[in-house]
Write a protein that binds this ligand. Sequence first.
Ligand code: SAH
Length: 215
Amino acid sequence: MSIDDFKSKGRRKMLVDSLRTKGIENEQVLQAINSIPRHLFLDSAFSEFAYKDEAFPIAAGQTISHPYTVAFQTQLLDVQPKEKVLEIGTGSGYQTSVLVALGAEVFTIERQKELFDFSKIILRNIRFVPRYQTYGDGYKGLPTYAPFDKILVTAGAPEIPKELLKQLKIGGIMVIPVGENSQKMMTIIRLDEDNFEMYEFGDFQFVPMLERRDK
Ligand code: SAH
């Protein structure tokens, strides 16, 4: 399997142009998307469609998010090189690779074993390797590696997980889709030990963040 090819590069360029038209303006984010061979994250049956702005099924009944959603969340996260970023919901690993392309030190958690295994292989193959990748429960975060400059949740959270708020640096930003059936995109900025500021950015549709295992 080739890592990338001419046709895919051309399709990707068109995807990036369409994201720009839809309002994504952060050039670093657009560049990162332009550098990732998204077709390798999908089942080969879908590879022809990999650069349409669509969500697709991946293993374990989950989906790889729309490129627009990935771009939108990444833009809100305002990632700077070397920042410590915690991602909840590795899924295919596509969003993870975009964060790695931006120069972040990425820590990512997935609670479906099949996806954890798959994403580990693909991220190594394309050489966008996160700093730490684990199979576990995102509600718990990663206290050993906390605090994080940024936290990105890529599954629909019924509520804002308290444990994750604790693991955010002061001045740090969390981007999280909150809601049961459809989600409001929220950014949460930690002002100090006890105070957080929240902003809302429209409606999105995510697969649900699964229940904690210890319940
Ligand atoms: N970022 C992914 C999107 C995957 S969809 C991508 O680019 O492909 C959301 C993912 O969150 C799914 O893979 C799902 O299994 C995972 N997830 C759901 N609840 C979780 C939890 N409590 N902890 C960790 N991962 C979770």
